[in-house]
Design a protein. Structure first.
Lengths: 182, 182
DNA sequence: TTGACAAGTGGAGACGGTCTCCATATTCTC
DNA sequence: GAGAATATGGAGACCGTCTCCACTTGTCAA
């Protein structure tokens, strides 16, 4: 929401270190005491609490970083719009599969509000990729981006089913094929 | 599972008092410290922990009592089988509506295992009521009890939607009507 | 009834995770 | 480089959770 003040250099550094440490231990499926995130990041507990008053706040920051990283990689000027869309979708699923522990942890901790907030950025990204690819004539223009987003969401929220990894890759290929102009 | 040893009289009394206290505070939506359940029941913490090692264990006991009470009231010899079935179904929903807080709390705490365990008793009761009513010729005999149970289950798990109470009563009337022999 | 043993009790206090507080340190601004 | 603003860290307060055991109560055979 409020992007407010620019952080002082050292504060920014510490914040980033904390988020990185949290991301890593979430990803490994570790169940840490909240204070331990501080130790992992090499900062004091006070610093941890100033930046992230609760576990959920920390998880939200990790989640936001994940979404941003994904969205940033979405547009590569050296590729065609159609390739960008395909690459993004495959990359999305690959990322989820490679970090299933992270996906599970975030699904369990992140609260609906920040989930929704970051969903907006994702939606904008997908919509943009689809619009460009459609303008280029390679994908259909009668598909709602939200429909695609819903499919992605369904893939993500099934992260604890057996066979999930292979099923996900199969599913995203179906989506990619389904988007192609016939 | 293991019904094991019969409790000593005082132990039984204490256990019942704890469950009653828990039921009451769950119902009121209170968020008590675990130790406080003991105080409410007028027993020591040690007694609470011996009977219920965890919050989930306590919730499971409350849940079991609820289901048993519901099932016990199911068969009234002074009524016809058809009336018994109708009464049971309406009573089920009335009970849920009257104790929405309890339903919510139990839904949040009770673990799937004990949910399943008590589900069996419910299913037996419903199946029995339906069989008798069908033998009496007042309801159809081509409906699976599990289907009815599924309808009941969905009613219970929607306990926090707005309009839930009136929608639930409407829904159960549809079920009752739908079961009648045409 | 009573004695003796098993069963059950209560609550002080150990334990451990969460969070606050503030003297000190670092960065920023001019 | 001085002063203001900002950020730090970690000792220890705080507060639920849970254990432990000296003591009480119930049970039952005699």
């Amino acid at each position: 929401m409020t992007e407010s003040k620019p952080l002082r250099a050292d504060a920014r550094r510490n914040r980033d270190a904390i988020v990185a440490a949290a991301r890593s231990s979430f990803d490994h499926g570790e169940q840490l005491r909240f204070d331990d995130f501080a130790a992992r990041a090499g900062v004091g507990v006070g610093t941890l609490y100033r930046h992230f008053p609760t576990r959920a706040a920390l998880a939200a920051a990790v989640y936001e970083d994940e979404v941003s990283a994904l969205c940033d990689r979405a547009r590569d000027p050296s590729r065609s719009p159609g390739e960008n869309l395909d690459t993004f979708l495959r990359g999305f699923v690959d990322h989820l599969v490679a970090h299933a522990g992270l996906a599970r942890t975030l699904a369990a901790i992140v609260d609906p509000a920040s989930r929704a907030k970051n969903g907006v950025e994702l939606e904008r990204t997908v919509a943009d990729l689809m619009t460009r690819a459609a303008a280029d004539g390679v994908v259909r223009n009668d598909v709602n981006p939200e429909a695609v987003l819903m499919l992605l969401h369904n893939i993500g929220s099934a992260a604890d089913r057996p066979q999930w990894a292979s099923q996900s890759r199969g599913a995203i290929e179906v989506v990619i094929a389904g988007l192609k102009r016939t």
